[in-house]
Design a protein. Structure first.
Length: 457
């Protein structure tokens, strides 16, 4: 960038705001806002929601509201009117987070933002409380440099990680609320630190609970084992049927041979990012990009069975599991759910009684990368990341709201950026955010809003 250009001044403003951003992220991370109220107090999520609402009011947002969504959580909404005739841009993030998992595995407390080796550690630092701060930084930099050239709608979801669909149902019931010309979903991430990336596809997801019963009650394994059908053994065989020998997902009737065209993910890089233990093979076939962005992937999220400590020599009468199926673009999630449930129920050994229940679902998403907003984003990223061109990547995760917005507002241009690059280790212990990524993506967003407004003038 040339000295003293408008772009320079935006970048300087963001840089000067970074200490404040760190303090605010620390405040927001401190809320244990896991939207599973059997594990964490609802008051923690309510505290985080109120923090976001107050931050919006402080920036001049009007109509700030805590929206009670049908799943029992709250989303935070605000409107910041722009110049007359300006386009409207919706900024999205979520303030709920994944549980910290094993807190003993964290080097520093999960809900205390801690700087280490040039990164800021804490649950939600990248996914997605950092996204809230990114939006605020971009808006503040614009206010310091001539004003915000668009009307801004801000929505912070309170249950994205749970996949319970509260905000989607609320938006469908109030379709005028989030209507906009463009949407920035701040819940994605660069392919690599320093490589500007927009996410062009998302896999959908379905969650299915599996229950297997074989006996009226547990039996002594010495007296009955060998003939009495073991429910846990039956469940293990069912789950094993969902994978081929190479580990590929195999659901009867579901296509698993799609391929990814575009940015590739070198296997050695993936092994390092995923921290695969030496000597352990990757699962599946095709390129890594095929496997994580273009094909279905089943994961066993949990099994109810006796822990080793306290276990008795018993044949188990019942067993339970929760499975997740990631669904690639081009596949209907509802149809995939039907196929998954039919497969599970159809592969029950020994006549075991099997019941399945769908407890969550989201459709896959594919963005229109030929839309004018993507040109405005490419120009912004080229400035914020000197010497780099914007890349397109897929993401194996799911953001069900994207499909809801796409259906409600088919004319809106939807872009996905964010702070969840591989080193962030989102959903795992020791999640972190790169402050450099936060700074550069905040500059990117500010410049995008200027570019987008100019393109619509």
């Amino acid at each position: 960038m040339s000295p003293n250009t408008p772009q320079d001044r935006i970048a300087e403003s963001v840089a000067e705001l970074m200490p404040r951003a760190r303090q605010e992220l620390a405040e927001l991370v401190a809320y244990r806002s896991v939207a599973d109220f059997e594990q964490f107090p609802k008051s923690e999520s309510e505290g985080a929601a109120n923090w976001v609402a107050e931050a919006l009011r402080a920036e001049g947002f009007t109509d700030v509201a805590l929206l009670d969504t049908p799943d029992g959580t709250q989303s935070v909404y605000g409107l910041l009117p722009g110049p007359e005739g300006a386009p409207t841009v919706l900024l999205y993030a979520h303030y709920d987070v994944q549980p910290p998992l094993d807190e003993q595995a964290w080097v520093t407390p999960p809900f205390e933002l801690t700087e280490r080796d040039g990164r800021w550690y804490g649950r939600g630092a990248a996914d997605c409380k950092g996204g809230v701060i990114m939006h605020l930084l971009a808006l503040r930099a614009l206010k310091e440099n001539g004003g915000i050239p668009v009307s801004v709608k801000f929505i912070a979801e309170g249950s994205e990680e749970q996949g319970t669909g509260g905000l989607e149902r609320y938006a469908e019931a109030h379709p005028e609320l989030l209507a906009s010309d463009a949407v920035i979903i701040g819940d994605s991430g660069n392919f690599r630190v320093g490589l500007p990336t927009v996410t062009s596809t998302l896999r959908g997801m379905t969650l299915v609970r599996v229950e297997v019963d074989t006996l009226a009650g547990n039996l002594h394994s010495g007296q009955f084992g060998g003939a009495a059908p073991d429910a846990l053994g039956a469940l293990i065989r069912i789950l094993d049927s969902l994978r081929a020998e190479d580990g590929s997902t195999t659901v009867d009737g579901l296509d698993g041979a799609q391929t990814w065209e575009g940015l590739q993910y070198p296997e050695d890089d993936f092994r390092a990012d995923a921290k695969v233990i030496d000597g352990v093979e990757l699962t599946g076939s095709g390129t890594v990009a095929d496997r994580i962005w273009a094909r279905p992937a089943l994961t066993v999220l949990g099994i109810d069975c006796p822990p080793i400590m306290g276990a008795t020599p018993s044949v188990q009468a019942g067993a339970r599991a929760l499975v997740s199926l990631r669904v690639p673009p081009g596949t209907d999630a509802a149809e995939a759910t039907k196929l998954l449930r039919a497969h599970i129920e159809g592969h029950a050994p020994w006549g075991a009684r099997v019941r399945t229940e769908q407890i969550g679902q989201g459709q896959p998403f594919r963005a229109d990368v030929a839309s004018p907003a993507y040109q405005a984003m490419a120009e912004a990223m080229a400035v914020a990341y000197p010497g780099q061109e914007m890349q397109y990547a897929g993401q194996g995760g799911s953001i069900p709201l994207c499909n809801t917005l796409d259906a409600l507002y088919p004319q809106a241009e939807i872009l996905l950026i964010g702070l969840s690059e591989p080193e962030a280790q989102i959903h795992a212990p020791n999640e972190s955010v790169s402050p450099d990524e936060l700074r550069q993506l905040s500059v990117t967003e500010a410049l995008f809003l200027q570019n987008y407004a100019a393109s619509k003038a």
